[in-house]
Design a protein around this ligand. Structure first.
Ligand code: NDP
Length: 501
């Protein structure tokens, strides 16, 4: 753990710089509010400089970045290597600011960040168009070119991974980037900028501006020098962004909220399902768009399954995020803890059954941080606020169903459509349900495995576009058609239809 607070500056045009405003804000350890962990630059007066750096780098093809795909492949591969070399420090920083457990950062987030760069390093020199000789003998070449400047706006729950998910394909495509990390968790974005420079990225290719969404984020959304905006965050923010990006008609990719059902049929391997449902609901403190926060379970096994679940939840250890033995850490902020507790209060007022947890933890370090018990709420009807709205904390609701049709209808009964889990020993049934559930990713007999090979993004109000896989490259590429005339003579025959000479 760093002995002194981390100073998080801006990163513009290849250098760490102080904010023009001279202002910094303080961050305290979410696991122990007595301890100052960072001071964060307010970059609200520096957005223009960062966008200009990215714009100039792109327009001048700095160091050959835009055209030299082998250079980009080498830089991305080296970035993956350096992320691995610095894994320990990155994981510690990530957990310290976000409250996610150190094991989550070490085993999940940081290795995944490296994999993203590795994957897109392999893609950088395989961005190829097509060509066709037409029946006239003419040629059409379809060329793919990088779009330009990408703004990446990211949330606090997976700060490094989500940033890498957005920027690795953008860089592979030959774009340049301005990143705006979440105010709670900006430190690893600046570390990534330093790593990219060490890996050989030319100046201005990757810039970071810290500061609030209301100032820095807003300016990026409205900037006429930004061509693509990749945003991950709340659905309500995504709607505002889409509306306000229209003024400059920039492309938007939106990865938004989720209220994901984990559907357990009576013929499932219940042991395996109970482990995965527990993991899906409480990993990352439940602060995850991918959290399987709605358990839908067949009525014939419901009571048995809830009992199995509670046995597992009871074993989860809540503790400081840097303690290797913690399964859950503190929530990211006092505000987030209060938001989640308010959902629990609503569940009580709605008469739902809080069968486990439901309280803020107190005593020892718990009173100093934002700790909450993992919580299970049984008999949650679809009309409940808890069934419909994203809680974004360690709260799992349970709803029973009788048959396949009811399971599908309950699964689809929210405005979201990000992910879903289906548990059944009958492959035909699992596939039928997967086909009918409206979600961007469906896990069958597993949950929460999210490699770069799985497209990630939502149906309905969970977003627009897909990150991950080679599909993501398309957000950052323009298609250009080039027509080559192969006709002999001074004039094409059909011109005579219009031209009188
Ligand atoms: P927010 O939408 O509040 O913020 C996300 C980012 O947007 C932050 O950097 C924030 O800055 C910035 N921002 C806020 N307002 C604006 C604005 N008007 N213009 C531009 N940028 C703005 O989300 P949270 O950080 O609270 O993250 C939690 C949400 O993210 C949840 O709803 C979750 O489901 C979703 N999410 C979705 C994922 C997915 O893959 N679909 C993955 C992870 C999270 P600041 O921090 O300064 O407020």
């Amino acid at each position: 753990m760093p002995d002194t607070p981390v100073i998080v500056n801006l990163f513009v045009n290849g250098e760490e710089v102080k904010p023009s405003s001279g202002k910094y804000s303080e961050r305290f350890d979410p696991g122990n509010n007595d301890r100052l962990i960072g001071v964060i630059a307010d970059g609200s007066e520096d957005v223009g400089a960062a966008v200009d750096a990215a714009r100039d780098a792109f327009d001048s093809n700095v160091g050959g970045w835009v055209t030299d795909y082998r250079l980009r492949a080498r830089v991305l591969l080296k970035t993956a290597e350096l992320i691995r070399e610095n894994a320990e420090a990155l994981a510690e920083m990530e957990s310290l600011f976000s409250g996610k457990t150190i094991r989550t950062s070490k085993l999940g987030d940081v290795p995944r960040a490296a994999e993203l760069f590795e994957f897109y390093a392999g893609a950088a020199d395989k961005i190829i168009g097509t060509s066709q000789v037409l029946r006239t003998g003419d040629l059409v070449a379809i060329v793919k070119q990088p779009v330009g400047v990408v703004a990446a706006i990211t949330p606090w729950n997976f700060p490094l991974v989500i940033l890498c998910r957005q920027v690795a394909p953008a860089l592979a495509a030959g774009c340049t980037v301005v990143a705006k990390p979440a105010s709670h968790t900006p430190a690893t974005a600046v570390e990534l900028a330093k790593i990219l420079i060490r890996a050989g990225a030319p100046r201005g290719v990757f810039n970071v501006v810290t500061g609030s969404g209301g100032t820095v984020g807003r300016e990026l959304v409205k900037s006429d020098k930004v061509d693509v905006l990749n945003f991950t965050g709340e659905t309500s923010t995504g709607k505002w962004i889409m509306e306000n990006a229209a003024g400059t008609l920039k492309r938007v990719v939106l990865e938004l909220g989720g209220k994901n059902p984990n559907i357990v049929f009576e013929d499932a391997n219940l042991e395996r399902a109970a482990n995965a449902v527990t993991y899906g609901a409480y990993a990352n403190n439940g602060e995850s768009c991918a959290a399987g926060s709605r358990l839908l379970v067949q009525s014939t096994v419901k009571d048995k399954f809830v009992k199995m679940l509670i046995e597992r939840v009871r074993m989860l250890r809540v503790g400081h995020q840097l303690d290797e033995s913690s399964d859950l850490g503190p929530l990211v902020s006092a505000e987030q803890l209060e938001r989640v507790l308010e959902f629990v209060r609503v569940s009580a007022s709605e008469g739902l059954d809080i069968v486990y947890g439901g309280k803020r933890l107190s005593g020892d370090i718990f009173s100093k941080g934002h700790y909450m018990q993992p919580t299970v709420i049984d008999n949650t009807p679809p009309s409940s606020k808890l069934f419909r709205e994203e809680i974004f904390g360690p709260v799992l609701t349970v709803t029973e169903f009788t048959d396949e049709d009811e399971a599908i209808s309950l699964a689809n009964a929210t405005i979201y459509g990000l992910a879903a889990g289906v548990w059944s020993g009958d492959t035909g049934r699992a596939l039928r349900v997967a086909e009918k559930v409206k979600a961007g990713a469906i896990w069958i007999n597993t949950y929460y495995t999210l490699p770069v090979e799985l497209p990630w993004g939502g149906f309905k109000q969970s977003g627009i576009g897909r990150n991950n896989t080679v599909l993501a490259l398309e957000h950052y590429l323009e298609v250009k058609g080039i027509y080559v005339d192969a006709q002999p003579g001074p004039m094409r025959p059909y011109y005579k239809l219009v031209l009188g000479y």
